[in-house]
Design a protein around this ligand. Structure first.
Ligand SMILES: NC(=O)c1ccc[n+]([C@@H]2O[C@H](COP(=O)([O-])OP(=O)(O)OC[C@H]3O[C@@H](n4cnc5c(N)ncnc54)[C@H](OP(=O)(O)O)[C@@H]3O)[C@@H](O)[C@H]2O)c1
Length: 226
C-alpha cells in the first residue's frame, strides 16, 4: 500500500454534517485532525477543541492551543456555518451578528491567529451558491446568504495579500444542496441530491489537491437549485 504524507488539518464545524464526514475521512486517511466546534466530537483520532466561532476570544484561544501543539498547519477548512431562516423584517440583531460572526468574522480571526503556522497551507472556505452574485436567491436567507457572500472577496483579497509572502492558497467551495440539518432548516421537506458523506468526500479531495489547480478562486459545487 502506498504511504501517504501525513497532513495537519484544522476543520471548523466538524461536529455534524459535511464537516463531520470530512473530519472522519481525513482521520481514516491517516492525517492529524483538529476540530473546532461548540459541541464535543468524540470520534477517535479527532482532537476536539471547544470553540464558538462567533466569539473572538474563543477563536483566539483555540488558535493558541493549536499553535502550542503543532508547528505547521497544512489545511485550514473553514466549514462552520450558521443559518438564519427568517423574513427580513423579523431578523434580530442577535441573529445577524451570529450569522456574520460564524460565517465571516470567525474565518477572518482564525486565519489571522493561525497565520504563523500556516506557511504553505491550503485555506478552504465553504460558502453557498446563494452567496454568489447572479445565482438564484431564496426569501428568508438575507442574513445567511449575504454573510456567505462576504467571505468570497475576503478570500480573493487574502490570496493577493498573503498568497506570495506566506505561500498560501485560498479557495472557496460554494455548495449547492446537501442533505444535512442545516438544509432541512433552510428548505423543510426538500430532498437534496447529495449526502453529507458524498460532499464531505469531495471537500476532502479538494482540500488535499485543489491548490495544485486553483488559487484565489470560488468554485460552484452544485447539481441542483437549491
Ligand atoms: N447543507 C447544505 O445544503 C449547504 C449548502 C450550502 C452551503 N453549506 C455550508 O456547508 C457548511 C457545513 O454545513 P452543514 O450543512 O454540514 O451544516 P450542519 O450540519 O448544520 O453543521 C454546521 C456546523 O457548523 C458548526 N457551527 C455552527 N455555529 C457555530 C459556532 N458558533 N461556532 C463554531 N461552530 C459552529 C456546528 O457545530 P456546533 O453547533 O457544534 O458549534 C456544525 O458542526 C456550512 O458552512 C454551510 O453554510 C451547506
Amino acid at each position: 500500500m502506498a504511504t501517504i504524507e501525513r497532513k495537519n488539518i484544522v476543520i471548523t464545524g466538524g461536529s455534524r454534517g459535511i464537516g463531520y464526514e470530512a473530519a472522519r475521512l481525513f482521520v481514516e486517511q491517516g492525517h492529524r485532525v483538529w476540530v473546532l466546534s461548540r459541541s464535543e466530537v468524540g470520534y477517535s483520532g479527532i482532537r476536539w477543541i471547544g470553540c464558538d466561532l462567533s466569539d473572538h476570544a474563543s477563536v483566539e484561544s483555540a488558535a493558541m492551543i493549536i499553535r502550542s501543539e503543532v508547528e505547521r498547519v497544512d489545511i485550514l477548512l473553514h466549514n462552520s456555518g450558521y443559518l438564519v431562516n427568517s423574513p427580513f423584517d423579523s431578523i434580530t440583531p442577535e441573529q445577524l451578528v451570529a450569522s456574520y460572526g460564524v460565517n465571516v468574522f470567525g474565518p477572518f480571526w482564525l486565519t489571522q491567529h493561525l497565520l504563523p503556522v500556516l506557511r504553505g497551507a491550503h485555506v478552504v472556505g465553504i460558502s453557498s451558491m446563494g452567496g454568489i452574485s447572479g445565482t438564484s436567491k431564496f426569501p428568508g436567507l438575507a442574513a445567511y446568504s449575504s454573510s456567505k457572500g462576504a467571505i468570497i472577496p475576503l478570500f480573493e483579497l487574502l490570496q493577493e495579500e498573503l498568497g506570495a509572502s506566506h505561500v498560501l492558497s485560498f479557495n472557496i467551495l460554494a455548495l449547492g444542496a446537501v442533505q444535512t440539518e442545516m438544509l432541512s432548516a433552510a428548505f423543510p421537506g426538500y430532498q437534496a441530491p447529495l449526502s453529507a458523506f458524498e460532499m464531505g468526500k469531495y471537500v476532502v479531495d479538494f482540500c488535499l489537491n485543489g491548490h495544485k489547480y486553483f488559487k484565489g478562486k470560488v468554485l460552484p459545487v452544485s447539481v441542483s437549485t437549491p
